[in-house]
Design a protein around this ligand. Structure first.
Ligand code: M6R
Length: 616
Protein backbone atom coordinates (compact mmCIF):
# COMPACT_ATOMS: atom_id res chain seq x y z
CA UNK A 1 0.00 0.00 0.00
CA UNK A 2 1.33 3.37 -1.06
CA UNK A 3 4.03 3.62 -3.67
CA UNK A 4 7.28 5.38 -2.92
CA UNK A 5 9.99 6.59 -5.28
CA UNK A 6 13.18 8.56 -4.69
CA UNK A 7 15.85 9.82 -7.10
CA UNK A 8 19.29 11.44 -6.91
CA UNK A 9 21.53 11.94 -9.93
CA UNK A 10 22.33 14.19 -12.83
CA UNK A 11 18.92 14.06 -14.51
CA UNK A 12 15.90 16.24 -13.92
CA UNK A 13 13.84 14.25 -11.50
CA UNK A 14 10.24 15.22 -12.25
CA UNK A 15 9.67 12.81 -15.14
CA UNK A 16 11.57 10.04 -13.37
CA UNK A 17 9.35 10.46 -10.31
CA UNK A 18 6.13 10.63 -12.29
CA UNK A 19 6.93 7.60 -14.42
CA UNK A 20 8.01 5.70 -11.29
CA UNK A 21 4.72 6.62 -9.63
CA UNK A 22 2.80 5.51 -12.72
CA UNK A 23 4.36 2.07 -12.34
CA UNK A 24 3.64 2.04 -8.61
CA UNK A 25 0.13 3.42 -8.84
CA UNK A 26 -1.31 -0.07 -8.41
CA UNK A 27 -0.15 0.17 -4.78
CA UNK A 28 -2.61 2.97 -4.03
CA UNK A 29 -4.35 5.66 -5.99
CA UNK A 30 -6.17 7.94 -3.57
CA UNK A 31 -3.75 10.79 -4.08
CA UNK A 32 -0.24 11.49 -5.32
CA UNK A 33 2.51 14.01 -4.80
CA UNK A 34 6.13 14.86 -5.48
CA UNK A 35 8.77 17.09 -3.93
CA UNK A 36 11.89 18.29 -5.71
CA UNK A 37 14.97 20.23 -4.62
CA UNK A 38 15.39 22.65 -7.48
CA UNK A 39 18.51 24.11 -9.06
CA UNK A 40 18.38 27.16 -6.74
CA UNK A 41 18.31 24.91 -3.68
CA UNK A 42 14.64 25.53 -2.91
CA UNK A 43 12.21 22.74 -2.11
CA UNK A 44 9.09 22.59 -4.27
CA UNK A 45 6.15 20.32 -3.58
CA UNK A 46 2.88 19.50 -5.29
CA UNK A 47 0.26 16.99 -4.19
CA UNK A 48 -3.29 16.25 -5.23
CA UNK A 49 -6.15 14.02 -4.16
CA UNK A 50 -7.25 11.58 -6.87
CA UNK A 51 -5.37 9.43 -9.31
CA UNK A 52 -1.91 10.28 -10.56
CA UNK A 53 -3.45 11.88 -13.64
CA UNK A 54 -4.85 14.67 -11.47
CA UNK A 55 -1.33 15.49 -10.30
CA UNK A 56 -0.01 15.21 -13.85
CA UNK A 57 -2.63 17.67 -15.10
CA UNK A 58 -1.86 20.04 -12.26
CA UNK A 59 1.86 19.93 -13.01
CA UNK A 60 1.19 20.47 -16.70
CA UNK A 61 -0.83 23.60 -15.88
CA UNK A 62 1.50 24.92 -13.19
CA UNK A 63 4.94 23.36 -13.56
CA UNK A 64 7.10 22.84 -10.51
CA UNK A 65 10.72 23.99 -10.84
CA UNK A 66 12.68 20.87 -11.74
CA UNK A 67 15.77 19.60 -10.01
CA UNK A 68 17.93 16.51 -9.70
CA UNK A 69 16.83 15.31 -6.25
CA UNK A 70 13.25 14.27 -5.63
CA UNK A 71 10.76 12.01 -3.91
CA UNK A 72 7.27 10.93 -4.97
CA UNK A 73 4.34 9.13 -3.42
CA UNK A 74 1.08 7.53 -4.44
CA UNK A 75 -1.26 6.91 -1.52
CA UNK A 76 -3.74 4.40 -0.16
CA UNK A 77 -5.32 6.30 2.70
CA UNK A 78 -5.03 5.03 6.27
CA UNK A 79 -4.92 8.03 8.63
CA UNK A 80 -7.09 10.76 7.19
CA UNK A 81 -9.22 10.68 4.05
CA UNK A 82 -7.95 11.10 0.51
CA UNK A 83 -7.61 14.89 0.43
CA UNK A 84 -4.96 17.27 -0.89
CA UNK A 85 -3.90 18.02 2.69
CA UNK A 86 -3.47 14.38 3.64
CA UNK A 87 -1.61 13.50 0.44
CA UNK A 88 2.16 13.08 0.71
CA UNK A 89 4.78 14.62 0.82
CA UNK A 90 4.43 16.30 4.18
CA UNK A 91 6.68 19.24 4.96
CA UNK A 92 8.43 20.27 8.16
CA UNK A 93 11.35 22.40 9.37
CA UNK A 94 9.90 25.57 7.80
CA UNK A 95 9.01 23.62 4.65
CA UNK A 96 12.65 22.77 3.97
CA UNK A 97 12.16 19.07 4.70
CA UNK A 98 9.84 16.75 2.73
CA UNK A 99 8.77 13.31 3.95
CA UNK A 100 6.81 10.48 2.38
CA UNK A 101 5.68 7.31 4.09
CA UNK A 102 4.20 3.88 3.55
CA UNK A 103 2.82 2.01 6.55
CA UNK A 104 1.33 2.94 9.88
CA UNK A 105 3.03 4.54 12.86
CA UNK A 106 0.91 2.93 15.53
CA UNK A 107 1.89 5.22 18.41
CA UNK A 108 1.39 8.38 16.36
CA UNK A 109 -1.36 9.74 18.62
CA UNK A 110 0.94 9.81 21.66
CA UNK A 111 3.74 11.37 19.65
CA UNK A 112 1.38 13.91 18.12
CA UNK A 113 0.13 14.94 21.54
CA UNK A 114 3.74 15.49 22.59
CA UNK A 115 4.43 17.64 19.53
CA UNK A 116 1.22 19.64 19.99
CA UNK A 117 2.19 20.33 23.60
CA UNK A 118 5.49 21.67 22.28
CA UNK A 119 3.59 24.08 20.04
CA UNK A 120 3.85 22.31 16.68
CA UNK A 121 0.92 22.77 14.33
CA UNK A 122 -0.43 20.16 11.97
CA UNK A 123 -1.80 20.63 8.49
CA UNK A 124 -3.09 17.08 7.99
CA UNK A 125 -4.66 14.18 9.85
CA UNK A 126 -1.87 11.78 8.94
CA UNK A 127 0.62 9.85 11.04
CA UNK A 128 3.20 10.80 8.42
CA UNK A 129 3.15 14.45 9.39
CA UNK A 130 4.11 13.40 12.92
CA UNK A 131 7.16 11.67 11.42
CA UNK A 132 7.99 14.72 9.30
CA UNK A 133 7.84 17.08 12.27
CA UNK A 134 9.89 14.74 14.45
CA UNK A 135 12.60 14.31 11.81
CA UNK A 136 12.57 18.09 11.33
CA UNK A 137 12.93 18.65 15.06
CA UNK A 138 15.89 16.27 15.31
CA UNK A 139 17.47 17.70 12.18
CA UNK A 140 17.22 21.22 13.55
CA UNK A 141 19.23 20.02 16.57
CA UNK A 142 21.96 18.08 14.72
CA UNK A 143 22.02 19.25 11.09
CA UNK A 144 22.49 15.57 10.18
CA UNK A 145 19.60 14.00 8.31
CA UNK A 146 20.68 10.39 8.86
CA UNK A 147 21.14 11.02 12.60
CA UNK A 148 17.74 12.70 12.67
CA UNK A 149 16.21 9.59 11.13
CA UNK A 150 17.97 7.33 13.62
CA UNK A 151 16.76 9.34 16.60
CA UNK A 152 13.22 9.52 15.25
CA UNK A 153 12.61 5.92 14.22
CA UNK A 154 13.77 4.78 17.66
CA UNK A 155 10.50 6.21 18.95
CA UNK A 156 8.18 4.64 16.38
CA UNK A 157 6.04 1.56 16.79
CA UNK A 158 4.45 -0.01 13.75
CA UNK A 159 5.47 -0.58 10.17
CA UNK A 160 6.91 2.02 7.87
CA UNK A 161 9.06 2.98 4.99
CA UNK A 162 9.96 6.65 5.31
CA UNK A 163 11.82 8.75 2.77
CA UNK A 164 12.99 12.29 3.34
CA UNK A 165 15.12 14.98 1.79
CA UNK A 166 16.12 18.40 3.06
CA UNK A 167 16.84 21.43 0.93
CA UNK A 168 20.11 21.95 2.83
CA UNK A 169 21.30 18.65 1.30
CA UNK A 170 20.63 18.49 -2.43
CA UNK A 171 21.76 15.12 -3.78
CA UNK A 172 20.75 13.20 -0.68
CA UNK A 173 17.66 11.12 0.01
CA UNK A 174 17.44 9.20 3.28
CA UNK A 175 15.09 6.31 3.99
CA UNK A 176 14.26 3.95 6.83
CA UNK A 177 12.40 0.71 6.72
CA UNK A 178 10.64 -1.52 9.20
CA UNK A 179 8.23 -4.21 8.00
CA UNK A 180 7.42 -2.25 4.89
CA UNK A 181 9.01 -2.59 1.47
CA UNK A 182 12.01 -0.68 0.12
CA UNK A 183 14.51 -1.48 -2.60
CA UNK A 184 17.43 0.48 -4.05
CA UNK A 185 18.10 0.83 -7.78
CA UNK A 186 21.77 1.29 -8.65
CA UNK A 187 22.50 3.47 -11.67
CA UNK A 188 25.63 5.08 -13.16
CA UNK A 189 26.11 8.29 -11.19
CA UNK A 190 22.48 8.10 -10.06
CA UNK A 191 20.53 6.04 -7.57
CA UNK A 192 16.90 5.26 -6.93
CA UNK A 193 14.64 4.15 -4.13
CA UNK A 194 11.34 2.41 -4.64
CA UNK A 195 8.64 0.42 -2.92
CA UNK A 196 9.46 -2.19 -5.51
CA UNK A 197 11.68 -2.46 -8.53
CA UNK A 198 8.91 -1.30 -10.85
CA UNK A 199 9.75 2.22 -9.62
CA UNK A 200 13.08 2.23 -11.45
CA UNK A 201 13.27 -0.82 -13.73
CA UNK A 202 13.20 1.36 -16.84
CA UNK A 203 16.48 2.95 -15.67
CA UNK A 204 18.34 0.07 -14.07
CA UNK A 205 17.94 -3.63 -13.35
CA UNK A 206 20.64 -3.67 -10.67
CA UNK A 207 19.03 -3.58 -7.29
CA UNK A 208 19.74 -3.95 -3.59
CA UNK A 209 17.26 -5.38 -1.13
CA UNK A 210 17.11 -3.47 2.15
CA UNK A 211 16.68 -5.54 5.30
CA UNK A 212 14.53 -4.90 8.34
CA UNK A 213 15.29 -1.94 10.56
CA UNK A 214 17.80 -0.33 8.24
CA UNK A 215 18.49 3.24 7.21
CA UNK A 216 19.77 4.02 3.76
CA UNK A 217 21.26 7.22 2.38
CA UNK A 218 21.54 7.55 -1.38
CA UNK A 219 23.62 10.15 -3.23
CA UNK A 220 24.62 10.19 -6.91
CA UNK A 221 27.96 8.69 -5.87
CA UNK A 222 26.74 5.81 -3.79
CA UNK A 223 24.62 4.14 -1.20
CA UNK A 224 25.20 3.74 2.53
CA UNK A 225 23.15 1.34 4.60
CA UNK A 226 23.24 1.18 8.38
CA UNK A 227 21.09 -0.44 11.01
CA UNK A 228 19.00 1.60 13.43
CA UNK A 229 22.02 1.89 15.77
CA UNK A 230 24.20 3.29 12.99
CA UNK A 231 26.28 0.15 12.33
CA UNK A 232 27.06 -0.49 8.63
CA UNK A 233 25.27 -3.50 7.16
CA UNK A 234 25.87 -5.68 4.12
CA UNK A 235 23.10 -5.54 1.55
CA UNK A 236 22.10 -8.19 -0.88
CA UNK A 237 22.40 -7.30 -4.59
CA UNK A 238 20.07 -8.84 -7.14
CA UNK A 239 19.29 -8.37 -10.78
CA UNK A 240 15.72 -7.74 -11.83
CA UNK A 241 14.77 -10.58 -14.16
CA UNK A 242 12.12 -8.76 -16.15
CA UNK A 243 12.43 -5.59 -18.18
CA UNK A 244 10.26 -2.52 -18.09
CA UNK A 245 8.25 -3.67 -21.14
CA UNK A 246 6.86 -6.52 -19.02
CA UNK A 247 5.18 -3.95 -16.78
CA UNK A 248 3.69 -1.99 -19.71
CA UNK A 249 0.13 -2.33 -20.87
CA UNK A 250 1.25 -2.76 -24.47
CA UNK A 251 -1.74 -2.72 -26.78
CA UNK A 252 -4.11 -4.15 -24.17
CA UNK A 253 -7.18 -2.30 -22.92
CA UNK A 254 -6.14 -2.96 -19.32
CA UNK A 255 -3.37 -4.61 -17.33
CA UNK A 256 -5.89 -7.20 -16.23
CA UNK A 257 -6.67 -8.13 -19.84
CA UNK A 258 -2.95 -8.43 -20.53
CA UNK A 259 -2.35 -10.46 -17.40
CA UNK A 260 -5.21 -12.89 -18.10
CA UNK A 261 -3.72 -13.40 -21.57
CA UNK A 262 -0.40 -14.20 -19.85
CA UNK A 263 -1.84 -17.03 -17.73
CA UNK A 264 -0.40 -19.73 -20.02
CA UNK A 265 3.13 -18.27 -19.73
CA UNK A 266 2.73 -17.80 -15.98
CA UNK A 267 2.21 -21.54 -15.59
CA UNK A 268 4.87 -22.51 -18.16
CA UNK A 269 7.52 -20.20 -16.68
CA UNK A 270 6.82 -21.42 -13.16
CA UNK A 271 7.41 -25.01 -14.25
CA UNK A 272 10.53 -24.12 -16.25
CA UNK A 273 13.82 -25.41 -14.81
CA UNK A 274 12.10 -27.49 -12.14
CA UNK A 275 11.75 -30.80 -13.97
CA UNK A 276 14.63 -33.27 -14.09
CA UNK A 277 14.38 -36.71 -15.69
CA UNK A 278 10.63 -36.30 -15.84
CA UNK A 279 10.31 -35.70 -12.08
CA UNK A 280 10.00 -32.49 -10.09
CA UNK A 281 13.26 -31.26 -8.61
CA UNK A 282 13.09 -27.65 -7.47
CA UNK A 283 16.71 -26.41 -7.33
CA UNK A 284 15.89 -23.80 -4.67
CA UNK A 285 14.90 -26.64 -2.33
CA UNK A 286 18.21 -28.52 -2.59
CA UNK A 287 19.46 -29.55 0.81
CA UNK A 288 16.02 -29.45 2.41
CA UNK A 289 15.18 -33.15 2.10
CA UNK A 290 15.52 -33.55 5.87
CA UNK A 291 12.94 -30.84 6.39
CA UNK A 292 10.48 -32.53 4.05
CA UNK A 293 10.94 -35.96 5.59
CA UNK A 294 10.87 -34.57 9.13
CA UNK A 295 7.62 -32.61 9.00
CA UNK A 296 4.33 -34.07 10.08
CA UNK A 297 2.14 -31.16 9.06
CA UNK A 298 1.97 -28.27 6.60
CA UNK A 299 0.19 -25.02 7.35
CA UNK A 300 -0.46 -22.76 4.38
CA UNK A 301 -0.95 -19.08 5.19
CA UNK A 302 -2.05 -16.41 2.76
CA UNK A 303 -4.76 -13.83 2.10
CA UNK A 304 -7.38 -13.30 -0.59
CA UNK A 305 -6.72 -14.96 -3.90
CA UNK A 306 -3.42 -16.38 -2.65
CA UNK A 307 -5.36 -18.17 0.10
CA UNK A 308 -7.64 -19.73 -2.53
CA UNK A 309 -4.52 -20.93 -4.34
CA UNK A 310 -3.49 -22.43 -0.99
CA UNK A 311 -6.84 -24.17 -0.59
CA UNK A 312 -6.42 -25.66 -4.07
CA UNK A 313 -2.85 -26.72 -3.33
CA UNK A 314 -3.98 -28.51 -0.16
CA UNK A 315 -5.63 -31.23 -2.27
CA UNK A 316 -2.37 -31.91 -4.11
CA UNK A 317 -0.13 -31.74 -1.04
CA UNK A 318 -2.33 -34.18 0.85
CA UNK A 319 -3.02 -36.51 -2.04
CA UNK A 320 0.51 -36.64 -3.45
CA UNK A 321 2.84 -35.86 -0.55
CA UNK A 322 0.60 -37.45 2.10
CA UNK A 323 1.15 -34.68 4.62
CA UNK A 324 -1.83 -33.20 6.50
CA UNK A 325 -2.39 -29.62 5.41
CA UNK A 326 -4.28 -26.76 7.02
CA UNK A 327 -4.91 -23.58 5.09
CA UNK A 328 -5.37 -20.43 7.14
CA UNK A 329 -5.99 -16.80 6.45
CA UNK A 330 -2.75 -15.19 7.58
CA UNK A 331 -4.53 -12.47 9.58
CA UNK A 332 -6.35 -15.08 11.67
CA UNK A 333 -3.41 -17.43 12.12
CA UNK A 334 -1.29 -15.80 14.78
CA UNK A 335 -4.12 -14.57 16.95
CA UNK A 336 -5.33 -18.00 18.01
CA UNK A 337 -2.22 -19.61 19.51
CA UNK A 338 -1.85 -22.25 16.77
CA UNK A 339 -0.12 -25.54 17.53
CA UNK A 340 3.08 -25.36 15.49
CA UNK A 341 6.70 -26.32 16.05
CA UNK A 342 9.83 -27.65 14.35
CA UNK A 343 7.87 -30.45 12.69
CA UNK A 344 5.51 -27.98 11.01
CA UNK A 345 6.27 -26.50 7.61
CA UNK A 346 4.55 -23.15 7.21
CA UNK A 347 4.11 -22.31 3.53
CA UNK A 348 3.25 -18.68 2.85
CA UNK A 349 1.87 -17.59 -0.50
CA UNK A 350 2.03 -14.01 -1.66
CA UNK A 351 2.21 -12.42 -5.08
CA UNK A 352 3.67 -9.19 -3.75
CA UNK A 353 5.72 -10.74 -0.96
CA UNK A 354 4.78 -7.69 1.10
CA UNK A 355 1.31 -8.45 2.47
CA UNK A 356 1.64 -7.39 6.09
CA UNK A 357 -0.80 -9.97 7.45
CA UNK A 358 1.17 -12.75 5.78
CA UNK A 359 4.54 -11.30 6.77
CA UNK A 360 3.53 -11.11 10.42
CA UNK A 361 2.23 -14.69 10.32
CA UNK A 362 5.54 -15.89 8.83
CA UNK A 363 7.51 -14.12 11.56
CA UNK A 364 5.23 -15.60 14.19
CA UNK A 365 5.71 -19.10 12.75
CA UNK A 366 9.48 -18.70 12.80
CA UNK A 367 9.45 -17.49 16.37
CA UNK A 368 7.51 -20.65 17.25
CA UNK A 369 10.23 -22.78 15.66
CA UNK A 370 8.35 -23.80 12.51
CA UNK A 371 10.18 -24.14 9.19
CA UNK A 372 9.02 -21.55 6.69
CA UNK A 373 8.80 -21.64 2.92
CA UNK A 374 7.61 -18.74 0.81
CA UNK A 375 5.88 -18.95 -2.56
CA UNK A 376 6.27 -15.48 -3.98
CA UNK A 377 6.21 -13.64 -7.30
CA UNK A 378 8.32 -10.61 -6.42
CA UNK A 379 12.11 -10.65 -6.18
CA UNK A 380 13.65 -8.91 -3.24
CA UNK A 381 10.34 -8.78 -1.38
CA UNK A 382 10.19 -9.04 2.40
CA UNK A 383 8.29 -12.31 2.95
CA UNK A 384 10.76 -14.51 1.02
CA UNK A 385 13.62 -12.78 2.78
CA UNK A 386 12.05 -13.64 6.13
CA UNK A 387 11.57 -17.30 5.17
CA UNK A 388 13.88 -20.32 5.31
CA UNK A 389 13.21 -21.28 1.70
CA UNK A 390 11.72 -19.65 -1.39
CA UNK A 391 9.96 -20.98 -4.44
CA UNK A 392 9.41 -18.09 -6.81
CA UNK A 393 6.48 -18.09 -9.16
CA UNK A 394 7.57 -16.71 -12.50
CA UNK A 395 4.39 -14.96 -13.54
CA UNK A 396 6.16 -11.68 -14.30
CA UNK A 397 4.98 -8.36 -12.85
CA UNK A 398 1.29 -8.28 -12.00
CA UNK A 399 -0.01 -4.73 -12.05
CA UNK A 400 -3.82 -5.00 -12.02
CA UNK A 401 -5.15 -5.07 -8.47
CA UNK A 402 -7.14 -8.22 -9.23
CA UNK A 403 -4.76 -11.13 -9.14
CA UNK A 404 -5.08 -13.46 -12.14
CA UNK A 405 -1.89 -14.83 -13.66
CA UNK A 406 -0.27 -14.91 -10.22
CA UNK A 407 -3.11 -17.19 -9.04
CA UNK A 408 -2.47 -19.86 -11.65
CA UNK A 409 1.27 -19.53 -11.03
CA UNK A 410 0.72 -20.01 -7.28
CA UNK A 411 -1.30 -23.19 -7.83
CA UNK A 412 1.41 -24.39 -10.20
CA UNK A 413 4.13 -23.71 -7.61
CA UNK A 414 2.12 -25.57 -4.95
CA UNK A 415 1.68 -28.55 -7.28
CA UNK A 416 5.41 -28.53 -8.00
CA UNK A 417 6.09 -28.38 -4.27
CA UNK A 418 3.68 -31.28 -3.67
CA UNK A 419 5.40 -33.39 -6.34
CA UNK A 420 8.87 -32.42 -5.06
CA UNK A 421 7.93 -33.40 -1.50
CA UNK A 422 6.22 -36.57 -2.76
CA UNK A 423 9.47 -37.61 -4.47
CA UNK A 424 11.56 -36.86 -1.39
CA UNK A 425 9.17 -38.65 0.97
CA UNK A 426 8.63 -41.50 -1.47
CA UNK A 427 4.89 -41.12 -1.13
CA UNK A 428 4.13 -41.42 -4.84
CA UNK A 429 5.64 -43.83 -7.38
CA UNK A 430 7.92 -42.11 -9.90
CA UNK A 431 5.64 -43.13 -12.75
CA UNK A 432 2.77 -41.26 -11.04
CA UNK A 433 4.89 -38.18 -10.49
CA UNK A 434 5.95 -38.26 -14.13
CA UNK A 435 2.31 -38.53 -15.22
CA UNK A 436 1.37 -35.45 -13.15
CA UNK A 437 4.36 -33.58 -14.54
CA UNK A 438 3.14 -34.26 -18.07
CA UNK A 439 -0.33 -33.01 -17.07
CA UNK A 440 1.17 -29.85 -15.61
CA UNK A 441 3.25 -29.23 -18.71
CA UNK A 442 0.11 -29.54 -20.83
CA UNK A 443 -1.77 -26.89 -18.83
CA UNK A 444 -0.42 -23.77 -20.64
CA UNK A 445 -1.64 -25.10 -24.00
CA UNK A 446 -5.05 -25.87 -22.52
CA UNK A 447 -5.40 -22.39 -21.00
CA UNK A 448 -4.50 -20.92 -24.39
CA UNK A 449 -7.28 -23.00 -25.93
CA UNK A 450 -9.80 -21.59 -23.44
CA UNK A 451 -8.62 -18.07 -24.21
CA UNK A 452 -9.02 -18.71 -27.93
CA UNK A 453 -12.36 -20.49 -27.80
CA UNK A 454 -14.26 -19.13 -24.83
CA UNK A 455 -13.08 -15.55 -24.34
CA UNK A 456 -15.53 -13.96 -26.71
CA UNK A 457 -18.56 -15.91 -25.54
CA UNK A 458 -17.73 -15.38 -21.88
CA UNK A 459 -17.29 -11.67 -22.44
CA UNK A 460 -20.60 -11.55 -24.30
CA UNK A 461 -22.27 -13.35 -21.40
CA UNK A 462 -20.77 -10.79 -19.02
CA UNK A 463 -22.16 -7.96 -21.15
CA UNK A 464 -25.65 -9.46 -21.03
CA UNK A 465 -25.35 -9.72 -17.29
CA UNK A 466 -24.11 -6.16 -16.70
CA UNK A 467 -27.23 -5.27 -14.71
CA UNK A 468 -27.11 -8.34 -12.51
CA UNK A 469 -27.15 -7.54 -8.81
CA UNK A 470 -25.87 -10.84 -7.45
CA UNK A 471 -24.02 -13.90 -8.75
CA UNK A 472 -23.37 -17.17 -6.95
CA UNK A 473 -20.55 -19.63 -7.62
CA UNK A 474 -20.62 -23.30 -6.72
CA UNK A 475 -17.92 -25.93 -6.74
CA UNK A 476 -16.97 -29.15 -5.02
CA UNK A 477 -13.56 -30.54 -4.09
CA UNK A 478 -10.93 -28.46 -5.97
CA UNK A 479 -13.80 -26.64 -7.63
CA UNK A 480 -14.73 -25.08 -4.28
CA UNK A 481 -11.75 -22.70 -3.94
CA UNK A 482 -12.26 -21.83 -7.60
CA UNK A 483 -15.85 -20.86 -6.82
CA UNK A 484 -14.51 -18.62 -4.03
CA UNK A 485 -11.99 -17.09 -6.41
CA UNK A 486 -14.70 -16.46 -9.05
CA UNK A 487 -16.80 -14.66 -6.45
CA UNK A 488 -13.92 -12.59 -5.07
CA UNK A 489 -12.87 -11.45 -8.53
CA UNK A 490 -16.38 -10.34 -9.37
CA UNK A 491 -16.89 -8.46 -6.08
CA UNK A 492 -13.51 -6.84 -6.32
CA UNK A 493 -13.75 -5.29 -9.76
CA UNK A 494 -17.45 -5.10 -10.60
CA UNK A 495 -18.82 -4.26 -7.12
CA UNK A 496 -21.53 -6.88 -7.54
CA UNK A 497 -22.58 -9.04 -4.63
CA UNK A 498 -21.08 -12.47 -5.21
CA UNK A 499 -20.70 -15.55 -3.05
CA UNK A 500 -18.83 -18.78 -3.54
CA UNK A 501 -20.11 -21.97 -1.92
CA UNK A 502 -19.18 -25.59 -1.66
CA UNK A 503 -21.97 -27.12 -3.73
CA UNK A 504 -22.74 -29.64 -0.99
CA UNK A 505 -23.32 -26.82 1.47
CA UNK A 506 -26.19 -25.36 -0.55
CA UNK A 507 -28.92 -27.35 1.13
CA UNK A 508 -27.60 -26.28 4.53
CA UNK A 509 -28.67 -22.70 4.00
CA UNK A 510 -27.49 -20.85 0.88
CA UNK A 511 -30.16 -22.42 -1.32
CA UNK A 512 -32.58 -19.96 0.31
CA UNK A 513 -30.88 -17.28 -1.79
CA UNK A 514 -32.05 -18.87 -5.02
CA UNK A 515 -34.97 -17.12 -6.63
CA UNK A 516 -36.11 -17.08 -10.24
CA UNK A 517 -33.41 -15.66 -12.50
CA UNK A 518 -30.57 -15.83 -9.93
CA UNK A 519 -27.37 -16.43 -11.94
CA UNK A 520 -25.27 -19.30 -10.59
CA UNK A 521 -21.95 -20.46 -11.99
CA UNK A 522 -21.30 -24.14 -11.37
CA UNK A 523 -17.90 -25.72 -11.78
CA UNK A 524 -18.53 -29.29 -12.82
CA UNK A 525 -15.87 -31.95 -12.22
CA UNK A 526 -14.92 -34.33 -14.99
CA UNK A 527 -17.32 -37.28 -15.43
CA UNK A 528 -14.41 -39.45 -16.63
CA UNK A 529 -12.15 -38.84 -13.68
CA UNK A 530 -14.60 -38.30 -10.84
CA UNK A 531 -17.96 -39.77 -11.83
CA UNK A 532 -19.28 -39.72 -8.28
CA UNK A 533 -18.49 -36.04 -7.71
CA UNK A 534 -19.71 -35.17 -11.19
CA UNK A 535 -23.09 -36.75 -10.58
CA UNK A 536 -23.45 -35.05 -7.21
CA UNK A 537 -22.76 -31.67 -8.77
CA UNK A 538 -25.29 -32.39 -11.53
CA UNK A 539 -27.83 -33.14 -8.77
CA UNK A 540 -26.97 -29.82 -7.14
CA UNK A 541 -27.61 -28.12 -10.47
CA UNK A 542 -31.03 -29.71 -10.67
CA UNK A 543 -31.83 -28.51 -7.17
CA UNK A 544 -31.12 -24.90 -8.04
CA UNK A 545 -32.72 -25.13 -11.48
CA UNK A 546 -35.89 -26.39 -9.83
CA UNK A 547 -35.95 -23.11 -7.92
CA UNK A 548 -35.49 -20.94 -10.98
CA UNK A 549 -31.74 -20.33 -11.01
CA UNK A 550 -30.08 -19.35 -14.25
CA UNK A 551 -27.24 -21.86 -14.46
CA UNK A 552 -23.93 -21.21 -16.16
CA UNK A 553 -21.89 -24.34 -16.19
CA UNK A 554 -18.13 -24.70 -16.58
CA UNK A 555 -17.66 -28.25 -17.75
CA UNK A 556 -15.11 -30.25 -19.67
CA UNK A 557 -15.41 -30.66 -23.42
CA UNK A 558 -17.76 -33.51 -24.28
CA UNK A 559 -19.63 -33.63 -20.97
CA UNK A 560 -23.16 -33.94 -22.34
CA UNK A 561 -24.78 -34.78 -19.01
CA UNK A 562 -24.88 -31.10 -18.03
CA UNK A 563 -26.61 -29.93 -21.20
CA UNK A 564 -30.26 -30.49 -20.16
CA UNK A 565 -29.75 -28.46 -16.98
CA UNK A 566 -27.59 -25.55 -18.10
CA UNK A 567 -28.59 -22.21 -19.54
CA UNK A 568 -25.02 -21.63 -20.69
CA UNK A 569 -22.06 -23.98 -20.93
CA UNK A 570 -18.46 -22.78 -20.97
CA UNK A 571 -16.06 -25.52 -21.98
CA UNK A 572 -12.63 -26.39 -20.65
CA UNK A 573 -10.29 -29.02 -22.13
CA UNK A 574 -9.97 -32.47 -20.57
CA UNK A 575 -7.61 -32.67 -17.62
CA UNK A 576 -6.95 -34.76 -14.53
CA UNK A 577 -9.13 -33.76 -11.54
CA UNK A 578 -6.49 -31.74 -9.74
CA UNK A 579 -5.61 -29.84 -12.91
CA UNK A 580 -9.14 -28.66 -13.61
CA UNK A 581 -8.87 -25.60 -11.30
CA UNK A 582 -6.09 -24.19 -13.46
CA UNK A 583 -8.51 -24.27 -16.38
CA UNK A 584 -11.88 -23.57 -14.77
CA UNK A 585 -10.67 -20.33 -13.25
CA UNK A 586 -9.85 -18.81 -16.63
CA UNK A 587 -13.47 -18.21 -17.75
CA UNK A 588 -14.20 -16.79 -14.30
CA UNK A 589 -11.40 -14.26 -14.65
CA UNK A 590 -12.63 -13.34 -18.12
CA UNK A 591 -16.20 -13.05 -16.86
CA UNK A 592 -15.33 -10.70 -13.99
CA UNK A 593 -13.26 -8.54 -16.30
CA UNK A 594 -16.00 -8.51 -18.97
CA UNK A 595 -18.69 -7.54 -16.49
CA UNK A 596 -16.65 -4.74 -14.89
CA UNK A 597 -15.78 -3.43 -18.35
CA UNK A 598 -19.44 -3.57 -19.41
CA UNK A 599 -20.29 -1.47 -16.34
CA UNK A 600 -17.68 1.07 -17.41
CA UNK A 601 -15.50 0.46 -14.35
CA UNK A 602 -11.74 0.73 -14.04
CA UNK A 603 -10.79 -2.95 -13.93
CA UNK A 604 -7.17 -2.28 -12.99
CA UNK A 605 -7.76 0.07 -10.09
CA UNK A 606 -11.01 -0.85 -8.34
CA UNK A 607 -12.29 1.45 -5.62
CA UNK A 608 -10.98 1.21 -2.06
CA UNK A 609 -8.33 -1.37 -2.92
CA UNK A 610 -4.59 -1.49 -3.46
CA UNK A 611 -2.45 -4.20 -4.94
CA UNK A 612 -0.10 -4.66 -2.08
CA UNK A 613 -1.67 -4.59 1.36
CA UNK A 614 1.16 -3.48 3.61
CA UNK A 615 -0.95 -2.61 6.65
CA UNK A 616 -2.59 -5.03 9.06
O1 M6R B 1 0.32 -9.99 -2.69
P1 M6R B 1 -0.51 -11.06 -2.04
O2 M6R B 1 -0.63 -12.27 -2.92
O3 M6R B 1 -0.04 -11.43 -0.68
O4 M6R B 1 -1.96 -10.45 -1.90
C1 M6R B 1 -2.96 -11.15 -1.22
C2 M6R B 1 -4.33 -10.53 -1.47
O5 M6R B 1 -4.36 -9.22 -1.00
C3 M6R B 1 -4.68 -10.54 -2.96
O6 M6R B 1 -4.65 -11.82 -3.50
C4 M6R B 1 -6.07 -9.92 -3.19
O7 M6R B 1 -7.05 -10.74 -2.63
C5 M6R B 1 -6.29 -9.72 -4.69
N1 M6R B 1 -6.56 -8.33 -4.95
C6 M6R B 1 -7.39 -10.54 -5.23
O8 M6R B 1 -7.54 -10.36 -6.60
Amino acid sequence: MCGIVGYVGPRQSRDILISGLARLEYRGYDSAGIAIIDADGGLGMRKRAGKLQVLRDDLAGHPLADGTTGIGHTRWATHGGPTDANAHPHLADDDKLAVIHNGIIENFATLKAELVSEGYEFRSETDTEVAAIMIGREYAASGDLVAAFRATVARFEGAYTLLAMHQDHPGLVVAARRNSPLVIGLGEGENFLGSDVAAFVEHTRNALAIGQDEIVAITPAGVEVTDFRGEPVEVEPFEVTWDSAAAEKGGWSSFMAKEVSEEPEAVANTVLGRIRDGLVDIPELDGLDDVFTGINRIVVIACGTAAYAGQTGKYALEQWARVPVDVELAHEFRYRDPVIGPDTLVVSISQSGETMDTLMAVKYARERGARTLSICNTQGATIPRESDAIVYTHAGPEVAVASTKAFVAQITALYLLALHVARVRGSLPHAEIARHVRELEAVPGKISRILEREQERTTQLARWMADTRSVLFLGRHVGYPIALEGALKLKEISYIHAEGFAAGELKHGPIALIEPGQPVFVIVPSPRESALLHDKVVSNIQEIRARGARVIVIAEEGDAAVLPFADEVLRIPLAGPLFEPLLAVVPLHIFAMGLATAKGLDVDQPRNLAKSVTVE
